[in-house]
Design a protein around this ligand. Structure first.
Ligand code: CTP
Ligand code: MG
Length: 181
């Protein structure tokens, strides 16, 4: 696979994991998942992790994976890049794992005393990558081995902070996020 193909596959594979966080920003709000509960003086997760944002984000990620599956033959035809289809398990696990990773990061941030919306470089960028890839590896190892080759994994690690920065600045400029990270 040449470099362009690796990059295309990396973005393709991660789209169902990237989209949920962005959709959560738009549809989020209402009842927080932690129900307002605290642990050791700080919120368990905080008001930034809501049921609406989580369920809406997962639904959006599933729709994205289904849509990519639908256009996959056409994309392969036109570009010659062997983008993978998403198994049913991967379709559900990529968005769910992404938001679980994001939630785990909030849990860690609250334990370290960081306020909601604070930036923790590294954690903010890779929480969803680790969450989505770990969950999909647990539920469909064969799919991961096939779709996420080592070059694709490296491309994901390199591209994620760039895409993360870009979408967050855009969401901030659109007034969807209070901080540009
Ligand atoms: N959001 C949500 N549910 C989620 C994730 C995000 O409702 N599971 C919404 C919230 O409105 C949140 C916004 O998306 O404020 C931005 O998400 P994120 O940056 O992950 O949350 P923060 O508000 O920055 O909170 P934290 O410090 O806990 O990351
Ligand atoms: Mg945040």
């Amino acid at each position: 696979m040449d470099l362009v193909a690796v990059i295309v596959v990396a973005i393709w594979v991660m789209l169902p994991a990237y989209i949920p966080n962005n959709v959560a920003v738009v549809v989020g709000g209402g009842r927080p998942i932690d129900g307002g509960r605290s642990l050791g003086g700080a919120r368990l997760l905080g008001d930034g992790k809501t049921w609406r944002g989580t369920l809406g984000g997962i639904a959006a990620g599933v729709v994205v994976a289904l849509a990519l599956n639908a256009v996959e033959p056409t994309v392969v035809d036109w570009t010659g890049v062997a983008v993978p289809t998403f198994s049913v398990a991967a379709t559900v696990a990529l968005p769910t794992g992404a938001l679980l990773g994001d939630m785990a990061a909030s849990f860690v941030k609250r334990r370290l005393g960081h306020e909601r919306g604070s930036s923790v470089p590294g954690l903010d960028q890779y929480d969803l990558v680790i969450g989505s890839l770990v969950l999909v590896a647990v539920v469909d190892w064969a799919w991961v081995v096939d779709a996420v080759t080592l070059p694709v994994l490296i491309a994901i690690v390199v591209l994620t902070p760039v895409l993360h920065r870009g979408t967050n600045v855009a969401a901030y400029l659109l007034g969807l996020k209070e901080v540009p990270w």
